[in-house]
Design a protein around this ligand. Structure first.
Ligand SMILES: *Cc1c(COP(=O)(O)O)cnc(C)c1O
Length: 350
């Protein structure tokens, strides 16, 4: 058994997955009449047909854009599906545990709770840097997963590549690096580079942020073909619907437009990142590698500023109750016009 197989729950390792009519067909080549899946013969744009369970066209496109083998790509109903699958594949309820940085994305903890897996949050250092030794010290023989979000939500900072390497090499379980905001991180070496020569890394990406498809629910995981095959075994057979697969393909076909949008967001991030510290109400603006900025509000008045913005019909995320983020708001970078409205409204806060 390979080292990774030893980490997998025994019931999952021996699972025979559901086999769909489309899996058994093994390809649509040459077929004229489909009478295998009890679908309706009536419908527009192919919506009467089940979607491709393995999303081959979409994976082919992603493989091209990301320069990664299609067998190393999992496509899910948002990255939230991939997060849940990690627990279901690797963690035995009531027995195993998972370590994660804190503060971070809430779903690692929620999915741990749902799956009855002990969740072990480890606070970031006070400057939001990665506590490598404390993370490793929190692991034991039952720690199957180690969660690092980079750039981290809600702090905004990305962690140095060398530290992620160190975690992957010293941890005996699966390191999951959530790079939902990867496209806004200008670092030269990122999650995908961790996969070279390692078998215990899963990198999460999503089409929800930079690609503008949050409503379509398309998340990606990059890993070894072995781990991806486990994810495919456990996922719902038709986990990504036809409309979303079609929309994702369309969007990836015009990737130049997406790159323009990313450039605009980065320019705006820079612009408002320079203006925010000049506004009286703002005590600190934290460095960001994502499409949002965490700010600390002066005199502990984050809740008041949050309410003020809401009065003026502007929603930001209140993070003032999150341990490690006391007194902060998380602000997504919008269009220049939206950002101007935000800045003006903060200026008027008394
Ligand atoms: C937004 C976000 C996601 C995206 O989740 P989807 O299910 O793909 O929409 C994943 N991880 C983090 C840290 C996020 O902030």
């Amino acid at each position: 058994m390979n080292n990774i197989a030893k980490l997998v729950r025994p019931n999952i390792l021996k699972l025979s997955p559901y086999s769909t009519a489309r899996d058994e067909a093994g390809g649509a080549e040459g077929i004229r009449v489909w009478l295998d899946a009890n679908e309706s013969p009536y419908g527009e744009d192919g919506i009467n047909r089940y979607p491709d369970p393995m999303q081959k066209r979409l994976k082919g496109k992603i493989a091209e854009i990301e320069n990664i083998h299609a067998e190393s790509i999992f496509v899910g109903n948002g990255s939230d599906e991939a997060i849940d699958l990690m627990y279901r594949i690797f963690c035995t309820p009531g027995e195993d545990n998972a370590v994660a940085i804190a503060p971070t994305y809430g779903m690692y903890g929620v999915c741990a709770d749902i799956n009855d897996i002990e969740h072990r949050p480890v606070q970031l250092n006070s400057d939001f840097s990665l506590p490598v030794e404390r993370l490793l010290a929190a692991t034991d023989g039952h720690t199957k997963l180690l969660w690092v979000c980079s750039p981290n939500n809600p702090t905004g900072n990305a962690f140095p590549f060398e530290q992620l390497c160190e975690l992957a090499d010293r941890f005996r379980g699966i390191l999951v690096v959530d790079e939902a905001y990867s496209e806004f991180n200008t670092a030269s070496r990122k999650g995908k580079d961790l996969l070279k020569g390692r078998e215990n890394v899963v990198v999460l990406h999503t089409l929800s942020k930079a690609y503008g498809l949050a409503g379509a629910r398309v998340g990606l995981a990059f890993s070894t073909p072995f781990i991806v095959s486990l994810m495919n075994k456990v996922k719902y057979p038709y986990n990504v619907n036809l409309l979303s697969q079609t929309k994702a393909l369309e969007t990836l076909d015009s990737v130049d437009k997406i790159r323009d949008n990313i450039r605009s967001i980065l320019a705006e991030r820079e612009r408002i990142g320079n203006i925010l510290p000049l506004i009286d109400a703002i005590e600190e603006v934290y460095p960001t590698d994502a499409n949002f900025i965490l700010v600390k509000v002066r005199e502990g008045r984050a809740d008041d500023l949050y309410a003020h913005l809401k009065d003026f019909h502007i929603m930001v995320r209140n993070r003032s109750k999150t341990p490690g983020c006391a007194g902060t708001l998380r602000i997504t970078v919008g269009t220049a016009e939206e950002n101007d409205t935000l800045l003006e409204t903060i200026r008027n806060f008394k």
